[in-house]
Design a protein. Structure first.
Lengths: 409, 252
């Protein structure tokens, strides 16, 4: 009861003080507004990137292994040099894997390279040409928006067919309906049987700028001797570790590796990307928050300054309050609440602006979004800034001698 | 038992290398219900004495008992509590909170006393009624006349029903007519049983009191009871603006 009355008394006083010195208050609060704004935006940007990334990556499926020549992450230069000496994975090895794996739902050999694609007199360069089989539909997480995906018959080498990504459909065909039309890759014509649903971007690359063709046509046409990545989808997430071990043993058998020889292939997983990405964003977050919190620190110094001025200006008021019974604690609390209140107000304004900016940024630049955690953190940080920067001035006020304070003009 | 018991009180200040003896071995007794004026030229130690009696300061030597409680050894927070409970201050410059209305100004001591909001309002209204300001409770100090401001200050001093009303030059910032009004208010409060100490250098103001303590060079120079009846004309007058004393008559 008593503490509530004190807090409401202090809030009233600080509100009055703020109103009485409008310009000064605005300037002092501005420092906090900018500080909170930068910190919050930094958090929102990282949060947004993480969310967008997780959304992208989750399309890959957590239960898909990628058998590749290279390990995706955590490579030293030496690792990389030694991995370059590994043999490429061949289509024959992929076929053998497909036959021998007991647990796999789908096994899709894939190879991809950039090439140009022509439609009538239009041409698109640097399109990602993916050679694969019908199993790719299950392993890669793509969906078909129009028409159909490659069939087993297509994959075995019937009529040359292709499924095109969303960007290719809009760039090359514009308003024309693409289904049933023919596009040309390296002078080989392909019948468009389907259009993939929109996938978005990953690491800044569009996942929609691609054309999926049968691997048997890809080999020789796009690349003579491609290194093949094998996507293996496990039925369900349980027993993922066992599945990985079995996959490794089958692959070693296919490659006739002796027990003392190391693997000359790598088994990669989506969660490695996630881990890698999080480690990257965590670093960015630490550095970014440190830099942006400098702005908040400067804002805090501004508040401390203004609180010192406020204490000096109100020396007489402090004297009166002490004379009528305010204890040190009351005076300390009054100024702490005032400074915390200013900072919280600045924090709220900063948050409001950050919210608007993050809306605009994610509309036009890159994904950014405020989470409850970020909002809570910003408010907590601004409150903390207020308490820390208000403490010295408040302490000085609390320790004033009432006789001296009453004598001041 | 006396309300105020000062025994061999000294107060020294260190001003650089020099030691200033503001009070030297002062002993005083003030009884409950007394109306006392403390007088003296500047530098006589009357402000120091007021600060000590008001528990704003502690003596360098000697013993001070207020209402049976020993004050001399108290720390800051204990003094604050005593001030809140036992003493009502009235200052020369009113010292109201400029941005708060009269009601809130009067409520302030009760906030520090931890009184509930409802009770605060009730007591503050009661105190404002006592000084005749019921119709001005929502006015801020700058919307009130000097006399009204001092009435608010008196109400604030009275609101927690202190043992002692301590006024420091209460009419110093008022014209003589309004000053007389305030003094009439004090006389009234005294008659109702409040213990009042007025610190002043004006004889006219001091004459309202029943007892005048004069200080000089940190010592009590004289301590005399006023003759009853000197004030009776003023006390008996229900309308202080018609105070017939010459000092107010020559300035209508």
């Amino acid at each position: 009861m008593k503490i509530l009355a004190e807090i409401s008394e202090s809030l009233g006083i600080s509100w009055n003080a703020l109103r009485a010195n409008k310009m000064r208050s605005v300037l002092a609060t501005l420092g906090i507004v900018i500080g909170v704004l930068t910190v919050t935006l930094m958090g929102a940007a990282i949060n947004g990137l993480n969310q967008a990334f997780i959304k992208n990556v989750s399309a890959l499926g957590a239960d898909v292994f990628y058998v590749s020549r290279f390990k995706w992450f955590n490579n030293t230069y030496e690792d990389w040099v030694s991995m370059r000496k590994r043999p490429k994975i061949t289509l024959a090895e992929s076929d053998a894997l497909s036959q021998q794996l007991a647990f796999a739902d789908a096994v899709a050999p894939t190879a991809d390279n950039e090439d140009s694609v022509k439609y009538k007199n239009r041409s698109a360069s640097s399109v990602d040409i993916v050679g694969t089989t019908e199993a790719y539909l299950q392993t890669s997480g793509v969906d078909v928006a129009q028409g159909r995906f490659l069939t087993a018959a297509d994959a075995r080498g019937g009529q040359p067919t292709c499924v095109i990504g969303n960007d290719v459909a809009t760039n090359l065909f514009r308003a024309d309906p693409p289904l049933g039309e023919r596009i040309k890759i390296e002078d080989q014509s392909f019948l468009v049987v389907g259009v993939l649903g929109k996938q978005g971007t990953m690491f800044g690359y569009s996942l929609d700028n691609r054309v999926v063709i049968p691997l048997r046509q890809y080999i020789g046409l796009v690349e003579r001797n491609p290194g093949i990545d094998i996507q293996v989808k496990v039925g369900g997430l349980a027993r993922l570790d066992e599945a990985q071990e079995e996959l490794r043993q089958v692959m070693r058998r296919i490659r006739h590796l002796r027990p003392n020889q190391p693997d000359n292939f790598s088994i990669n997983q989506q969660d490695e990307i996630v881990k890698w990405f999080h480690s990257q964003t965590a670093t960015i977050a630490v550095i970014g928050l440190f830099v942006t919190s400098l702005a908040l620190f400067v804002g805090g110094i501004g508040i401390m300054n203004i609180m010192f001025v406020s204490v000096v200006e109100r020396t007489r008021e402090i004297g009166v309050r002490k004379a009528i019974g305010a204890k040190r604690r009351n005076i300390l609390l009054q100024f702490l609440i005032e400074s915390a209140g200013i900072c919280l107000l600045g924090g709220l304004i900063g948050l409001g602006i950050a919210w608007l900016v993050s809306l605009a940024v994610s509309e036009w630049l890159f994904p950014a979004s405020l989470s409850i955690a970020i909002v809570a953190m910003s408010l907590f940080v601004s409150l903390l800034t207020g308490v820390i920067s208000g403490f010295l001035p408040a302490w000085r006020a609390a320790r004033m001698d009432p006789v001296e304070a009453l004598r001041s003009e | 038992m006396s309300l105020i018991h000062l025994q061999n009180i000294s107060r020294r200040y260190q001003m650089g290398a020099e030691t200033v003896h503001a009070l030297r071995d002062v002993s005083l007794e003030i009884q409950r219900g007394e109306y006392v004026a403390i007088m003296g030229p500047s530098g006589s130690g009357k402000s120091t004495l007021m600060n000590l009696i008001g528990c704003l300061d502690t003596p360098s030597a000697g013993h001070y008992g207020l209402n049976g409680v020993s004050i001399s050894e108290m720390d800051d927070n204990q003094l604050a509590e005593i001030r809140n409970r036992e003493i009502g201050f009235v200052f020369q410059t009113f010292n109201l909170l400029a941005r708060s209305n009269a009601l809130h100004n009067v409520e302030l001591p009760l906030i520090y006393a931890g009184v509930s909001a409802e009770e605060r309002r009730h007591l503050a209204l009661e105190a404002l009624a006592q000084v005749g300001l019921t119709d001005r409770i929502h006015h801020k100090p700058n919307e009130l006349s000097g006399g009204q401001r001092q009435r608010v200050a008196v109400a604030r001093a009275l609101v927690n029903k202190p043992s002692l009303l301590l006024a420091d030059e209460p009419t110093g910032n008022l014209d003589s007519r309004t000053g007389a009004e305030i003094m009439a208010l004090f006389n009234d409060l005294s008659r109702k049983g409040n213990t009042i100490i007025v610190v002043t250098h004006e004889e006219d103001i001091a004459k309202h009191a029943r007892r005048i303590i004069r200080l000089r060079d940190g010592l009590v120079a004289s301590d005399e009871k006023q003759v009853e009846g000197r004030d009776s004309k003023v006390e008996g007058n229900p309308n202080p603006t018609l105070d017939p004393r010459p000092s107010t008559l020559d300035r209508p």
